[in-house]
Design a protein around this ligand. Structure first.
Ligand SMILES: Cc1ncc(COP(=O)(O)O)c(C=O)c1O
Length: 274
């Protein structure tokens, strides 16, 4: 299987990036509806399970169609690593829960999508993680909310539904000075208009259900970050807890990415007129 991508323009990456062609040379990405994978030998199986040899093991860990979606999103976002999830909320939950343990503290903007607010206000305190909500646009409030045990600063920008826009670089500076990481829910902007990793964020999450699918068909999400953060916080969490994206939904998302630049540009133009 051959892989393409780096160096292409974003609009081209969204059509051709990270395509893995099978021996049949298919034009459109193949839909691999398989949970498991065959091994040439017991030794190969052992090496794959140990991680010393690349290859697919089980679809809760990865799948070729899902991997193409993840790789294409990495190209678009400028990220080293990505894991696709069954919904945007699965990505948000993993991005926060994967990094904290009892005794830690999380700061978040109070203008959050309802389910994101549930994670911060209800779920985290149940597991001994304290949380503080701030006005996301006020850097002094972020600064004042930081504690020695603050591990994560989390916000959406623009927010859903009020469309408040925050200073990602400013918040990242405050978070990093206090030893915390920054998780940005970038669903509204899409990577076409905002790339939070370039502004200092450590983790970017999407509800792919929104602009990535863009046709109201499939639920999905994705979490993107550095390879080091993926290895440290998320890889094992996602493998063991199992919010994997279905290969069918990944295939739909891959096809939708082809038209993402055209769709979001037109939506933005229409919204401006309205
Ligand atoms: C900002 C934001 N984050 C997360 C989500 C959750 O995504 P999903 O519905 O795909 O779980 C949504 C929308 O539902 C959203 O608008």
């Amino acid at each position: 299987m051959a892989q393409t991508g780096k160096g292409l323009r974003p609009a081209t990456q969204l059509v051709h990036g990270a395509t893995m062609r099978s021996q049949f040379g298919e034009m459109s990405e193949a839909l691999f509806l398989t949970q498991g994978f065959a091994y040439e030998s017991m030794e190969t199986a052992e090496e794959r399970f140990k991680g010393t040899k690349p290859g697919f093991i089980y679809a809760r860990y990865s799948n070729p169609t899902v991997a193409m979606f993840e790789e294409r999103m990495c190209l678009l976002e400028g990220a080293e690593a990505a894991r696709a999830t069954a919904s945007g909320m699965a990505a948000v939950t993993a991005a926060v829960m994967g990094q904290v343990r009892a005794g830690d503290h999380v700061v978040a903007a109070k203008a959050l999508f309802g389910s994101c607010l549930y994670i911060i206000e209800d779920l985290l305190p149940r597991f001994g993680v304290a949380t503080t909500l701030v006005d996301g646009g006020d850097l002094d409030q972020w600064r004042a909310a930081m504690r020695p045990n603050t591990k994560v600063c989390f916000f959406e920008s623009p927010t859903n539904p009020a469309l408040e826009v925050y200073d990602i670089a400013g918040i990242a500076k405050i978070a990093h000075a206090g030893g915390a990481t920054v998780v940005v829910d970038n669903v509204f902007a899409t990577p076409m208009f905002q790339r939070p990793l370039e502004l200092g964020a450590d983790v970017v999450v999407y509800s792919a259900t929104k602009h990535v699918d863009g046709h109201g068909r499939c639920l999905g999400g994705i979490l993107l970050c550095s390879q080091a953060m993926m290895d440290l916080h998320f890889q094992n969490y996602l493998r063991q807890t199992g919010p994997a994206l279905s290969p069918f939904n990944a295939w739909v998302m891959l096809k939708s990415l082809e038209s993402l630049p055209v769709r979001v540009a037109h939506q933005t133009k229409s919204a401006g007129i309205i």
